[in-house]
Design a protein around this ligand. Structure first.
Ligand SMILES: CSC[C@H]1O[C@H](OP(=O)(O)O)[C@H](O)[C@@H]1O
Length: 351
């Protein structure tokens, strides 16, 4: 069974509530949270119960729809002013994935052309649903382009989870593996566990194994040795924000993987929907890097693994300079370098 044949979205909109797959409980428990308020949406994003740039954007967009359906306000200008406040509130849930801001701004913009509050509510809901629907085809296209860079039988490494549950379907970095399965190809995936939140061992290993895709789990410190000894043909990673010059923010550990791949002459690819391209941000040094609670580092499943009172640095992302990125794979094509010139052209052609 492939994702194309059997797939339940990790985020489902039901008008007066959302059903959100609690990714913090995977792989042991498949639990859908019944989310009924924008505050609960904020919490599920902030606590990584829903995570992954596209999924965060989709969830936040539905959060605005959920809120707008509860608002008792007949004055359109007052409604739109309150909408802006809720947009800003959701924007405070996490700082790095640009899809969050892209999605809520797109929904808020859709409401600006409304002629009444009811019209605004309909436009908000419709735009949020469009964002989720569009993302499915976006991810499939990324998978098709990524597959064009691979051959049947290749071994590929990835980090974190840029999979179906981090998007509306298929994923970005994991999309080629789901599509390869549809084609009857056999790709071998080496998944880094991705400390400290373990999106690789808990989510990518679970997602690929559940779809009968060959996956091998490694700890993050095994990456270099695995790249050197397991005939890895490429590294494919997701992204949370790509700056105008191609510098890319992704899960912590990605930059190190890029350095290792470069040192070993292995192509390093970023799978990136156009919605994750942030041309307003000039370079990677301008991308805000989220720092998360120290407990993520000092504890695993609530069990302390480090001494009391130890100092902790817990950046959730790092930035890979464009020079280490062999290609950026989007739903509109593959860009191989010269990102400062090529990314704006691509975005302009398809805005
Ligand atoms: C398809 S985007 C997935 C992207 O988001 C992840 O971060 P987090 O798990 O903290 O939301 C990671 O950077 C993935 O590459």
């Amino acid at each position: 069974m492939t994702v194309a044949e059997k797939w339940v979205p990790s985020v489902r909109y039901r008008g007066d509530h959302l059903l959100i797959l609690d990714q913090q409980q995977l792989p042991h428990h498949t639990v859908y949270l019944n989310v009924t308020s924008i505050g609960h949406v904020w919490d599920t994003i902030s606590k990584l119960k829903v995570r992954g740039a596209p999924a965060i954007g989709i969830t936040a967009a539905f959060g605005l729809a959920l809120w707008s359906n509860t608002v008792k306000e007949d004055d359109l200008s007052i409604f739109l002013s309150k909408l802006k406040e809720q947009r800003d509130y959701l924007a405070s849930s996490r700082p790095t994935a640009v899809n969050l801001f892209w999605a809520i701004d797109r929904v808020a913009a859709a409401a600006q052309s409304a002629t009444s509050v009811d019209d605004a509510k309909k436009r908000i809901e419709s735009e949020a649903l469009h964002i989720q629907e569009e993302d499915e085809n976006t991810c499939r296209k990324i998978g098709e382009y990524a597959l064009s860079l691979l051959q049947d039988g290749d071994a590929v490494m990835t980090i974190c989870n840029a999979g179906a549950i981090a998007t509306s379907k298929y994923g970005t970095a994991l999309a080629p593996f789901h599509l390869a399965k549809e084609k009857g190809w056999t790709l071998s995936v080496y998944a880094n566990e991705t400390r400290p939140v373990l999106q690789g061992s808990r989510l990518t290993a679970w997602e690929l194994q559940a779809n009968d895709i060959d996956v091998t789990l490694i700890t993050d410190n095994m990456a270099a040795h695995t790249l050197k000894t397991k005939n890895i043909k490429a590294v494919i990673v997701g992204c949370d924000r790509v700056a105008a010059n191609g510098d890319t923010a992704n899960k912590i550990g990605t930059f190190g993987l890029a350095l290792q791949a470069r040192a070993l002459g292995i192509p390093f690819y970023v799978a990136c929907p156009l919605s994750t391209l942030d041309l307003v941000t000039a370079s990677g040094s301008d991308i805000p890097i989220e720092e998360r609670p120290e407990e993520e580092v000092t504890h695993i499943n609530g069990v302390r693994i480090a001494p009391e009172g130890i100092k902790v640095f817990n950046p959730a992302f790092d930035v890979t300079p464009a020079e280490y990125i062999s290609a950026i794979i989007t739903e509109k094509g593959i860009i191989k370098g010269n990102y400062t010139n090529e990314l704006p052209k691509l975005k302009e052609e398809h805005k």
